[in-house]
Design a protein around this ligand. Structure first.
Ligand code: NAP
Length: 364
């Protein structure tokens, strides 16, 4: 593989975890260990596990909310980067070490003339974390192109490549989510050899590309448009823009069971007024609603609760909860609780946080 694979494993002197998250929130860990090679990573985790030391694995820090008290254990930072191309049965693929920046990987594959990952442009975080919650955007999810994942089983020490069918990949979920038994150390994706995109499934993107839903386009064009759309919503990291100091979408889009859908939709229509079209999409197991739309219609407009608040909804997208620079995790979670409760009270729909919450939780 190309890229940085220097041997390291140094303990960080700065134990603060806020700097390792896109929200820039969270207190210190007892220790921070940065691993730049897979061997260092495997060794560090095995050693900590053997000693019974609690381990918090951090890669891109883009989906992580860490409590103000920090983490009473060791944070292991996955900083393994490297990308390698190959071909199997005439199909190209790319394999990346877990700490490789996701968007850098997407950009590299597009620049190399391959398609498949372009709709997932501009998503913050590291490549290794993408299968865990089956990251998706604009109608493409990691599961569509996933070839295999290299896992270490922390109970047995076994390291193996597994195929997607053993991961139970679903809507923003997989068997890897919510457990820390398995650690992803590398991930491999199929690519489209002709440089065309995956079929465009989202109207907003199709419109920007001047194509129709179901059509394809050049992967580099799709990437440019996805980046522009995301940037307009504050969903591309920019240190100077507090609207991007977030964990992306804070709540997953709720999926309402088929049997309940009519009643829920009728209740929403009743609350927002008759002639409004409620965004709804077919989903496995029911009907998917737009969390951002529900939040807005429940009265939480962009920038809520206003200029003075240290934690606010993004001024560009109601689904992103942001740190304006001086927030604490408690501030952010209090805001999350208000939004969750407001949507429940208005529509009877329960929103579930998408990020991993470490040593903290939403108010009851
Ligand atoms: P949007 O266009 O305002 O639409 C709201 C939601 O409706 C989306 O989240 C999407 O669900 C769903 N949707 C829209 N068109 C759809 C279609 N044709 N078929 C099925 N579902 C459809 O969405 P947005 O907030 O700007 O986000 C655009 C895309 O980027 C979405 O796919 C979103 O998931 C992704 N994104 C993800 C994150 C994150 O942190 N995970 C952050 C920003 C954006 P899905 O979310 O299920 O696609």
């Amino acid at each position: 593989m190309t890229g940085t694979q220097h041997s390291s494993g140094a303990s960080g002197s700065d134990r603060g975890l806020a700097r390792l998250t896109t929200l820039r929130l969270g207190g210190p860990a007892r220790a921070v260990v940065e691993c730049r090679t897979t061997d260092d990573l495997l060794g560090a985790v095995a050693d900590l596990d053997a000693r019974g030391e609690p381990v918090l694995v951090i890669a891109g820090g883009s989906n992580l909310v860490i409590g103000d008290a920090g983490f009473d254990g060791t944070a292991v930072v996955i900083a393994t980067t490297g990308v390698e191309y190959g071909e199997q049965d005439g199909r190209p693929y790319v394999t990346a070490l877990a700490g490789t920046d996701w968007d850098a990987l997407v950009a590299e594959t597009v620049d190399a003339g391959f398609g498949g990952l372009e709709c997932l442009s501009g998503i913050p975080g590291a490549a290794g974390t993408t299968p865990v919650q089956n990251v998706g955007a604009y109608g493409v999810e990691v599961a569509d192109m996933l070839r295999s994942v290299r896992l270490v089983d922390r109970h047995t020490g076994e390291v193996s490549w597994v195929t997607p069918d053993s991961l139970a990949l679903g809507y923003r979920t997989s068997v890897l989510k919510g457990h820390d038994r398995h650690l992803v150390v590398a991930v491999s994706f199929w690519l489209r050899p002709d440089g065309t995109s995956a079929p465009i499934r989202y109207r907003e993107l199709a419109r920007a590309l001047r194509t129709h839903e179901g059509g394809t386009a050049r992967a580099d064009e799709v990437r440019d448009h996805v980046l522009a759309l995301r940037a307009g919503k504050g969903m591309v990291l920019d240190a100077a823009d507090h609207d991007t100091w977030s964990a992306g979408s804070f709540f997953t889009n709720p999926i309402i069971a088929e049997d309940d859908a009519d009643a829920v939709l009728a209740r929403i229509a009743d609350r927002v007024g008759g002639d409004v079209t409620i965004p709804r999409y077919p989903a496995t197991g029911g009907v998917k609603l737009s969390a951002g739309w529900l939040i807005e219609r429940a009265g939480f407009t962009r920038g809520f609760p206003g200029d003075e608040a240290p934690a606010r909804l993004s001024t560009k997208h109601t689904l992103a909860l942001t740190n304006r620079g001086t927030a604490t995790t408690a501030d952010l979670l209090a805001l999350a609780g208000r939004v969750r409760d407001g949507v429940r009270d208005a529509f009877g729909v329960h929103l579930v946080p998408e990020p991993v919450l470490v040593n903290c939780r939403l108010p009851r």
